[in-house]
Design a protein around this ligand. Structure first.
Ligand code: PLP
Length: 330
C-alpha cells in the first residue's frame, strides 16, 4: 500500500531513518553504555531492534512499560526510572520474571518497593527539576534500602533542564553542574550504576556510565537544532486536505493526533499556521486541493506515539508493516 492510501490521520515511520539512527547510536554508545528509554516509542517491536543492536537493558517511565517488555522477553535488565508507591504494580513487576530495578528517592518509595518484594533499586538524585532526593539524603536512603533487603545498584540523575538547550557550551555547563551532584551522591551510595542523560546530552555526558536516551530513534524537532546531533527525524503524521480557502488549507490531523507541548508540527511543503482539535491549518508553497495528502512532522515524538495504537512502517513511500504501540497507558 502507498502511504497516500492510509486512512488518516495515520502515524508512520521511515524505516531507513529509524534503522540508521539505531545503528549510529549503537556505534557511539555500544552495548550497555546505552540503556534505551522506551517511553519515546512505547513499542516492543522497536525495542527488539534496539536489543538486537546490542542494548540488553532498558529504561522505562511506567510500570506498563516494564511489564510489557518483560512479557515480550526483553526483561534482562529493566530500570523503572521513576518513582511509584503503587504496591500492586510493584508486586506485578517483582513477579514478572524480569530483572527489575526501581528508582527510589524517599522512605515511602523504599517501603513500597520492599513490601512488593522488589530486589534492586537506584537512588534517584535531584540534579534538576524532576524527582530525586538531595545529595545529603542519599546515604541514609541507601542504608534504609539495604536494611529493607533491596540491593542498591547505584545512583540515577536526569539532567532534563540541560537536554533541549541548543547552545552546546551552555548545555555542557548545565549538565556538568548537575553531574557533579550525581557523582557526590555516588561516592556515598556506592554501586556499579551511574545512570542518566538523554538524546540531548548523549555526546557530552561522560560522567554517567550509561545513557538513557530514547528520542534518538525518531527525533524531536528541538534536538535537530543541536549541532552535535547525528540523528534524523523519521516520524510523520499523514493527513488529508479536507478544505481549501484562499490563503490556507486545512488537513484532518489536529492536536488530538500529536503531542503539542513542543509546539506546532513542521511541514516541508509550506508553513504550519496552527493546530486545533482535529485540524491543522497550513499555507502551502504550491496549490493544494481537497483530497491531497500531506505529511506533518510532529515536534515531540513521545506524546505523539502515546496517542496512536499503531505505527505504519514505510520504505520508499510504501507501507511495508504495522507495529503495535503496545506499551501505552500506565
Ligand atoms: C528519566 C529520563 N531519562 C532519560 C530521558 C531522555 O530521553 P530523551 O532521549 O528522549 O531525551 C528522559 C526524558 O524525559 C527521562 O525522563
Amino acid at each position: 500500500m502507498h502511504i497516500d492510501e492510509l486512512p488518516t490521520p495515520a502515524l508512520w515511520a521511515d524505516l531507513d531513518v529509524l534503522e540508521s539512527n539505531i545503528a549510529e547510536m549503537a556505534r557511539r554508545l555500544p552495548g550497555n553504555r546505552l540503556r534505551p528509554h522506551v517511553k519515546a516509542h512505547k513499542s516492543t517491536t522497536l525495542a527488539t531492534l534496539q536489543y538486537e543492536a546490542g542494548h540488553k537493558g532498558f529504561t522505562c517511565a511506567t510500570p506498563r512499560e516494564v511489564l510489557g517488555l518483560a512479557q515480550a522477553g526483553l526483561g534482562d535488565d529493566l530500570l523503572l526510572a521513576n518513582e511509584t508507591v503503587d504496591v500492586n504494580r510493584l508486586t506485578e513487576m517483582a513477579t514478572s520474571g524480569a530483572r527489575v530495578t526501581v528508582a527510589v528517592d524517599s522512605e515511602a518509595t523504599i517501603t513500597a518497593a520492599a513490601t512488593a518484594g522488589i530486589k534492586e533499586c537506584v537512588i534517584d538524585i535531584r540534579v534538576g527539576f524532576r524527582c530525586g532526593c538531595e545529595v545529603e539524603e542519599a546515604h541514609g536512603l541507601a542504608e534504609l534500602a539495604r536494611k529493607s533487603n533491596i540491593g542498591v545498584r547505584g545512583v540515577m540523575g536526569y539532567e532534563g533542564h540541560a537536554m533541549g538547550v541548543v547552545d552546546l557550551e551552555r548545555r555542557r555547563e548545565l549538565m556538568e553542574s548537575a553531574m557533579e551532584r550525581l557523582i557526590q551522591a555516588h561516592e556515598v551510595v556506592g554501586g556499579d550504576l551511574v545512570t542518566g542523560g538523554g538524546t540531548g546530552t548523549h555526546a557530552i555526558n561522560t560522567w554517567v556510565n550509561e545513557i538513557q536516551a530514547g528520542s534518538y530513534v525518531l527525533m524531536d524537532t528541538a534536538y535537530t537544532e543541536q549541532v552535535d546531533q547525528p540523528f534524523r527525524q523519521g516520524l510523520f503524521l499523514q493527513s488529508t486536505i479536507v478544505s481549501v480557502a484562499e490563503k490556507f488549507a486545512v488537513c484532518d490531523a489536529g492536536l488530538k493526533a500529536q503531542g503539542m507541548d513542543h509546539g506546532n508540527p513542521s511541514w516541508s511543503g509550506g508553513e504550519v499556521l496552527f493546530c486545533s482539535d482535529e485540524h491543522t491549518n497550513v499555507v502551502p508553497d504550491n496549490t493544494l486541493k481537497v483530497g491531497d495528502r500531506i505529511s506533518l512532522v510532529p515536534a515531540h515524538i513521545d506524546p505523539t506515539m502515546a496517542k496512536h495504537q499503531s505505527l505504519h512502517i514505510v520504505r520508499d513511500e510504501q507501507v511495508i508493516d504495522r507495529w503495535e504501540i503496545d506499551l501505552r497507558h500506565w
